[in-house]
Write a protein that binds this ligand. Structure first.
Ligand SMILES: CC(=O)SCCNC(=O)CCNC(=O)[C@H](O)C(C)(C)COP(=O)(O)OP(=O)(O)OC[C@H]1O[C@@H](n2cnc3c(N)ncnc32)[C@H](O)[C@@H]1OP(=O)(O)O
Ligand SMILES: O=C([O-])CC(=O)C(=O)O
Length: 397
């Protein structure tokens, strides 16, 4: 009899695999905390850069620490020349999420401290990665559209500079602030699929870039970060298929009756509201009023309500919007194209990933497994201790 706990087919739900000091979720109460601070308070009072410091270092920075951290991020924004040069030869229809993922080994090649596995060197690597991923995304977007990448503007904040490098115009300060809040909300989420992927990779003592690259791959799927773009695609599909707004209820019911997933709805941990979605919904409503996109906001709210109603009708306990539901529309109102929406998530959560990589590499041994190595039950062919009889291809016919 094997000495293992049977958790098969449960996607590891509710199974702690490590200790963490980085964030905490109470899924029944709708609470999310980064390093002890409630997400609502950080969204209201902090900045993405300050939150990044908090996640990476464990405490809120003093004035001088914040200034220095910001200066290091600003100084790291410029990409190594060979990366943008090589982008010019890449297929212009490449998915931006693939480009982002493929860029991580390129950034690794250019990192002079790549093989330095001290904690301080890993913090510096994290700063370079956080600073450069926005430049990768903006640079790629411009190159694929036949435009030249723009140099960073050191006078702009991390978030405003990204919008500048993407669009080539100085962003409205209020819009940059809204995006900054959005980035705080997406910066960290305990052991979600992508963070676990990062930690699993670096538990082998692979470097930070390898871990982050795995995280990007995991985030891209539509059950995880990919859902934000799918929500927008769903809106466009609904627009094609209904003749009046009142048909939304029927559209949602039919989709759910077919057993299809509603993108941006539901969550593996929150069994009540997702606190990030509440904040994003409010920003979305305000921006929709300001930019004349109320129709889309109304439609999303209606879809959310109908989805909830359908769940109740079927006797299931709950379903609410997750962080991806309103984020897509929010990005769209900032002129961010649909295929850049999931990469936008990556630009934020890379902060959490890097913090977890550091925790994975440097936590006390008793707080984490040395190397993640779960088991699987073999359910394939088995012909006894000698194995199945091997026949040559001629004998197999
Ligand atoms: C950043 C993020 O990663 S947030 C999540 C982003 N992903 C999405 O928005 C995709 C849509 N959502 C989903 O697929 C799911 O809600 C997940 C994957 C996020 C979580 O899934 P689970 O942990 O399996 O959810 P849970 O166990 O609570 O599901 C309970 C029931 O609700 C159903 N359900 C959950 N979410 C949805 C949904 N979005 N649409 C329709 N039904 C759903 C499940 O199929 C399940 O039904 P069953 O009891 O008949 O089998
Ligand atoms: O925690 C999860 O499983 C998914 C999620 O909301 C996130 O990654 O932000």
């Amino acid at each position: 009899m094997k000495n293992t706990v049977r958790i098969k087919n449960m996607g590891l739900r509710g199974v702690p695999v490590a200790d963490t000091k980085i964030s905490f979720i109470d899924g029944l109460k709708g609470i999310l905390i980064y390093r002890g601070y409630r997400i609502e308070e950080l969204a209201e009072k902090s900045s993405f850069v300050e939150t990044a410091y908090l996640l990476l270092n464990g405490t809120l920075p003093r004035t001088k620490e914040l200034e220095q951290f910001n200066a290091e991020l600003v100084a790291s924004r410029k990409l190594p020349d060979f990366i943008l040069k090589s982008f010019r030869n890449w297929p212009k229809n490449a998915a931006p999420m693939d480009v982002l993922q493929a860029s991580l080994p390129l950034l690794a090649m250019a990192d002079p401290e790549l093989m330095d596995e001290t904690r301080d060197a890993n913090v510096r690597k994290a700063i370079r990665i956080i600073a450069r991923m926005p430049a990768i995304l903006a640079g790629w977007h411009r190159i694929r559209n036949g435009l030249d990448p723009l140099p960073p503007d050191h006078a702009l904040s991390h978030t405003a500079n990204f919008l500048w490098q993407l669009h080539g115009r100085k962003p409205d300060v209020h819009m940059a602030k809204d995006l900054d809040v959005c980035m705080i909300l997406h910066a960290e989420h305990t052991f979600n699929a992508s963070t676990f992927a990062c930690r699993e990779v670096v538990s082998t003592r692979a470097h930070m870039y390898a871990g982050v690259s795995a995280g990007i791959g995991a985030l891209s799927g539509s059950l995880h970060g990919g859902a934000n773009a799918k929500v927008m695609e769903m809106l466009f599909q609904i627009e094609k298929e209904i003749s009046s707004e009142d048909d939304i209820a029927k559209w949602v019911k039919q989709k759910m009756d077919r057993g299809e997933k509603m993108m941006g709805m539901g969550h593996a941990v929150y069994k009540t509201f997702d606190p990030r979605s509440i904040i994003l919904k409010e920003i979305c409503r305000r921006l929709a009023v300001e930019t004349g996109h109320m129709k889309w906001y109304r439609w999303l709210s209606r879809i959310e309500e109908e989805c909830h109603r359908e769940f109740e009708r079927k006797g299931k306990s709950w379903i609410k919007s997750n962080v991806d539901f309103y984020a897509g529309l929010l990005y769209a109102m900032m002129d961010i194209p649909v295929d850049l929406m999931t990469p936008m998530f990556a630009l934020s959560i890379v902060t959490g990933w890097c913090s977890h990589v550091i925790e994975e590499k440097f936590a006390e041994a008793q707080e984490k497994p040395v190397l993640y190595r779960p088991e699987a039950d073999y359910v394939g062919d088995y012909c006894g201790a000698m194995g199945c009889e091997y026949k040559s291809v001629d004998q197999r016919g």
